[in-house]
Structures are given as C-alpha cells and as structure tokens.
Design a protein around this ligand. Structure first.
Ligand code: NAD
Length: 464
C-alpha cells in the first residue's frame, strides 16, 4: 500500500502540474472510454450487484453525467479570485484560490458500485488529486474496470488506481499516508474510518446510511406519491442509502395513498429473471435484517399490508409494507437495507416533520404536496442533506446539487461546486500594495500609535 500511495503521489504531482484545460481534456477522454465500454460497464455492475440491466444502465448514465459536470466546472471553482480586503487591510490585495489535497483515498460500498464512489472519484480527480480507489469486496470488478479504462484514456501516469480487498485493505490505505479519505458505507464503519484517520489528522468526508422519510400532504397527488414510494423503496431491493424507508401520510388521505400503493405494487417481484423488478440482496445474510425488522415492526403494533414473512426467499425479498408501526421500533429508527417500507399515518405535516426528524440518520427526504409554500416550509424544517419535492431519488440526476447527510448519515458533501470544494483546500494570498502611514504591525509601537488604534476601534466598532 505504501508503494501504491507513493506512485499516486508522483502521479498527483504530474496531474496538478497540468493546466485545467489539459486535465479537462483527459477527464472527458476518460468519459468517452466509459461510454465506449458502456455494455461492459453495465454487465459488470449487473453481474456483481445483481441489478436488472435497466437499473445498471441508469446508474452508469447518472455517474457519467456527474463525471462530465465535474470535468467541465472544476476550473471555475478552483480559480483564484480576488476578495475584498476591508478597511483595516486596505493596503493589501487579497485573493483566494483552491489547491488539490494530493492523494485521495476513496473507499466505496457495493450497492451503487459506480455512481456512489464516482461521486467522490470524479470530483477529486477534477480538483487535481490522484485517487486510490478501494471498492467494496463485493464489487471489485467495477473498480478494476475503472482503473483499466483510466489507464487507456490517460496512459501518462496512474492518476487513478484501484486496490481490492476487504476492510483491512481500506484500513491499510488510510494508514499509508493519503491526504484525504472519502468514505461511503455504513455509519458503523464510518466511525472506525474516522478514528483511524484521526491518528494522522487526515481529513475525511463520510457518506453513510439513511432512513429517508417521504411526507405525503393532504393535497398531494396520491398516485404520483405511491409511484415514487414504490420506486424509492423497492428499486435495487431497497439497498439504497437515499431510498424511501418511511412514509408519513396525513390521516385524511392515508386510505387513498395505501390503495394507490397497492395498485403500484401489482407485479413488483424480486428475482433473477432479466425482467424482474429488482434483483437479490447482495450481502450474504442481509435478508435476516429484513426479517428481524419485519418481526420488530409487527411486535410494535404494525400491520402487514403487503408481503410479510413469506416475501423473504433469500437471496430474494419481495416488497414488504407494514402500516402503523410505533416510532420507537428498530424498524423505524434503524436503517433497513432491504425492501421493507413502513407507512405511518400522521395528524398533519408538522407531525410528519417531527417524526421524520426524530431518527439519528439524516440523509434525504421527500415531500408530496401541490402547494409550493408548504413544500418550502417543510423543506426548511427537515433535518437532512437533501429534500425532494414531488419526487424520490430524482435529485441524483442534478450534478449541481451537493449530496451528503447530517447526524449519523455523515458529513461533508460530494457533487456540485461543494464536491469540488470538498476535495480541495483554500489557499489565501495577501499582497501588500503600499505601506500604511501608521505602522501597526510593529514591535516598536509609539504611544501615539496605540492611542490612535484605540480611537479607531471605538470609532469603527463602538456603535451599537
Ligand atoms: P460497509 O460500511 O460495510 O463497507 C463500506 C466500505 O468500507 C467497503 O469498501 C469495506 O471494505 C470498507 N471497510 C470496512 N471496514 C473498514 C475499515 N475498518 N477501514 C476502512 N474501510 C473499511 O458498507 P456497505 O455494506 O459496503 O454499504 C452499505 C452501506 O453504505 C449502507 O449503510 C448504505 O446506506 C451506505 N451508503 C451510503 C451512501 C451515501 O452516499 N450516503 C451511498 C451508498 C451506500
């Protein structure tokens, strides 16, 4: 690992020395190689993560969109810009630029093996860093393919390398002297990663799990909300960090929503067939968590509306919907990484917001309402990184929107301007244009200078 990071550091030096236009050209060249090998890319995602071809294609499309955006916008975000120097510093010309960290370690999960780490890798590369990517041990092939295609597109230096293996490899990578760690995975592992990185004061960005809520208002389009709930909850077998895990529907329209949900769920089944709605649980034993949370939900007052214990046919799990579950149950409070949706009735939207905010995870949320003012009010009140109005998961297609969580869902942001900022550091420069008539920064102040300074403080800052 030391050797990998040493090679990365040399590559970073070369990469940083290129002009922004030269980097952009190479990043877009890499994009063209990804597109040229789209079939292979989709096939590797499908084979490793068990996704239907359509889902793997959507993942590739989203990821390539972000790569394109990062390549085209990095230069503008990194560019040195003048800033005002203020009255006290009037003799200084001040400017702020951004510099890459150097070598960024990207440690990824398996559930979106391209889109999720890509959100760090593309933005880190665009900001001028070299990247060492450690994909999940369940999806190493995607990582190997990325490194191969990068090598084809940019043969000069290995600016993107992939190392494969389990958590021990990730841990060794953190220890090998990287300059920043971008981690995506579970909250528990994030905590171990942060502790490890703390030993060398290595900064981290942590993208962890979620328990995203969908809020359905009285004036919502119930059919649209149900459609989004089904896609958000069950696509990718519910193994989606920003999947819909809880629905809070206002009581007066709850029956209508549940009926629409029933309609939407007709024919939605898991399976190995190419035309199945979604594929298997990827991690061995992941179905046990679904079973445990289902049992817990029923023990906490829940009524099974769809699916039930029979839906669990490992490694496949058909959609499960449980209604009216106590808020303090594990099924409501903890991330269920599978196709289990809790639907709870609420008094009104304020009640929904309070419940949505009452879990430690805070990744994203959605609200369905016909009223824009209501949407704005609810969006402001939700404690999470992203709010979608009248859609679920759709924000991932917008590369300008930063992505990240609050609380147990982590911190830091990937995507958009903030994504480039995350992988770069500010460098401030002040240039003295002329000397001040009164020298303040001196070890030989005269009594009159000090008096003058006091007068200045009172004049400038003394008024309420
Ligand atoms: P995980 O935490 O088990 O593993 C994530 C990665 O960390 C893997 O590459 C793993 O090998 C590595 N790892 C494990 N132990 C490590 C250690 N001690 N040091 C360094 N690296 C270590 O997560 P997972 O099961 O692969 O992914 C599922 C989780 O990821 C879910 O909780 C999901 O919500 C979350 N996720 C979050 C986002 C997001 O953007 N917020 C996106 C996708 C997935």
């Amino acid at each position: 690992m030391d050797e990998v990071v040493r090679i990365a550091r040399e590559a970073a030096h070369w990469w940083q020395g290129l002009t922004p236009a030269e980097r952009r050209r190479r990043l877009l060249g890499f994009k063209h190689h990804l597109v040229a090998e789209l079939d292979q890319l989709v096939e590797v995602i499908r084979a490793e993560a068990g996704k239907p071809v359509h889902d793997a294609t959507v993942e590739a499309l989203l990821s390539i969109t972000h790569l394109d955006w990062a390549a085209r916008h990095a230069a503008a975000v990194m560019r040195r810009r003048p800033v005002r120097s203020g009255l006290l510093g009037a003799n200084q010309a001040a400017s702020v630029g951004r510099e890459p960290y150097g070598v960024v370690a990207v440690i990824g999960p398996w559930n979106y093996p391209l889109f999720t780490p890509g959100g760090s890798i593309w933005y880190a590369l665009a900001a001028g860093n070299a990247v060492v990517f450690k994909p999940s041990e369940f999806t190493p092939g995607v990582g190997e393919l990325l490194a191969r295609l990068w090598w084809r597109a940019v043969p000069e230096h290995p600016v993107l390398q992939t190392v494969t293996g389990d958590g021990a490899v990730g841990s060794a990578l953190i220890d090998a002297g990287v300059d920043k760690v971008a981690f995506t995975g579970s909250t528990r592992t994030a905590s171990a990663v942060m502790a490890r990185a703390a030993e060398t004061l290595t900064p981290v960005v942590l993208e962890c799990g979620g328990k995203d809520a969908m809020l359905v208002a009285e004036d919502a389009d119930l059919a649209a909300a149900a459609r989004s709930a089904v896609y958000g909850s069950f696509s990718n077998a519910g193994q989606t960090c920003v999947g819909v895990k809880r629905v809070y529907v206002v009581d007066t329209v709850a029956e209508g929503f549940l009926a629409a949900l029933d309609d939407e769920l007709v024919g939605v089944v898991a399976g190995p067939e190419p035309d199945a709605s979604y594929g298997p649980m990827v991690m061995p034993g992941a179905d046990e968590q679904v079973t445990t949370h289902l049992r817990d939900a029923v023990e906490h007052g829940g009524t099974v509306r769809h699916g039930g214990a029979g839906a669990v046919r490992a490694p496949y799990v058909d959609p499960i919907v449980v209604v009216d579950v106590d808020e303090d149950s594990a099924a409501v409070q903890q991330e269920t990484f599978g196709p289990l949706l809790v639907v709870n009735r609420v008094r009104d939207l304020d009640d929904a917001v309070a419940r949505a905010n009452a879990v430690p995870l805070g990744l994203a949320a959605s609200v369905f309402t016909a009223d824009r003012a209501t949407a704005r009010r609810v969006a402001a009140a939700l404690r999470c990184g992203t709010v979608m109005v009248n859609s679920a998961l759709a924000f991932m297609a917008v590369p300008t929107l930063p992505f990240g969580g609050r609380g147990d869902s982590g911190f830091g942001r990937i995507h958009g301007v903030e994504g480039i900022t995350e992988f770069s550091v500010a460098k401030s420069v002040s240039r003295q244009r002329f000397g001040l008539p009164v020298d303040v920064m001196t070890v030989r102040p005269t009594p009159s200078t000090t008096r003058l300074l006091r007068q200045f403080v009172r004049l400038r800052h003394g008024r309420h």
